[in-house]
Design a protein around this ligand. Structure first.
Ligand SMILES: Cc1ncc(COP(=O)(O)O)c(C=O)c1O
Length: 284
């Protein structure tokens, strides 16, 4: 297996640039396209539907999408996006129990059998307790992995019902509005030229805001110190992430702020004010 990394734009990204990055990377030898719907590093939201419909499907390539952060944050329609596999966490934005998640498999692998018709078998559910019993059907095979934690799965289904009741479109709109507000306040406090790695454009933004207020954005220790003091002195818990803006560029670091359904505008105002106060203290 040869793994080809796709370099996606970080700063100044456009929907077309993401689509082009994948279109330019595939070849007749490509067996699968794997990518995050929302990257955990910067919170960029990739145009999944266009990548599937304009790059994957016309070239007969199956897609496996990591939607760890998308489940529960944005409204999703797997049939509409036309992916083959979609995996996501139950315990992040969906607020379900730990160690739960979802896996969408398109049409019981029907299309995978077409795409990989050069192989007699296309799928081995190796961690399933029912791997040897295909007559149970794929869904049961994939769900039966040792002794089941049935209450946790039930609780995840209940959390999903609650999200449906509130309305996933309303949840998405709310989370995105808080995230846009967060980016706006960061620019107001730290200046227009502050580097916010997360896109702030319709369709490309998410509930994650990654930015670095310091001049030297390669200084990991400085940012960790900032993150720890923000937690200890102000009570705000954020994490740091690291990434390369270009594949051969230096590693850069960002603070990553999540604006969740259970936050409100005062929380956003609070975290930005706290970050600005701490930043002023550390740079004075
Ligand atoms: C993009 C991405 N994929 C996968 C995972 C792992 O998710 P889980 O904790 O559900 O195994 C994470 C967790 O942070 C993530 O950010």
């Amino acid at each position: 297996v040869t793994l080809t990394k796709v370099e996606i734009p970080v700063l100044g990204a456009t929907e077309q640039a993401y689509v082009d990055a994948f279109a330019n990377a595939v070849s007749p030898a490509t067996r699968m396209i794997v990518f995050s719907h929302i990257t955990y590093k910067t919170g960029a939201r990739l145009p999944v539907k266009r990548i599937c419909q304009e790059v994957a499907v016309p070239n007969g390539i199956p897609t496996l999408i990591d939607g760890a952060h998308a489940i529960g944050m944005i409204e999703l329609d797997f049939h509409d996006m036309d992916c083959d596999f979609y995996a996501g966490s139950g315990h992040k934005w969906q607020c379900g129990p730990g160690a739960t998640g979802i896996l969408y498999v398109r049409d019981n692998l029907g299309r995978l059998r077409d795409y990989w018709s050069d192989r007699a078998e296309v799928f081995w559910p190796i961690n399933s307790s029912l791997a040897e019993y295909p007559f149970f059907g794929l869904q049961l095979q994939l769900q039966y992995v040792g002794n089941d934690n049935y209450p946790a799965k039930r609780a995840l289904a209940d959390a999903c019902d609650m999200w449906d009741e509130i309305g996933r479109d309303r949840i998405e709109a709310y989370v995105l509005s808080l995230s846009a507000y967060c980016k706006q306040l960061i620019r107001q406090a730290f200046g227009e030229s502050t580097v916010i790695y997360s896109p702030d454009a319709p369709g490309l933004s998410s509930g994650l805001t990654a930015f670095n207020p310091f001049d030297d954005r390669t200084d990991a220790e400085l940012l960790k110190q900032f993150r720890d003091r923000l937690r200890e002195e102000y009570g705000f818990v954020v994490r740091t992430t690291d990434f390369h803006v270009t594949l051969d560029g230096p590693e850069e670091h960002a603070l990553r702020i999540s604006t969740h359904l259970f936050h409100d505008e005062r929380d956003v105002e609070g975290v930005v004010a706290a970050m600005y106060s701490l930043f002023s203290d550390m740079t004075s």
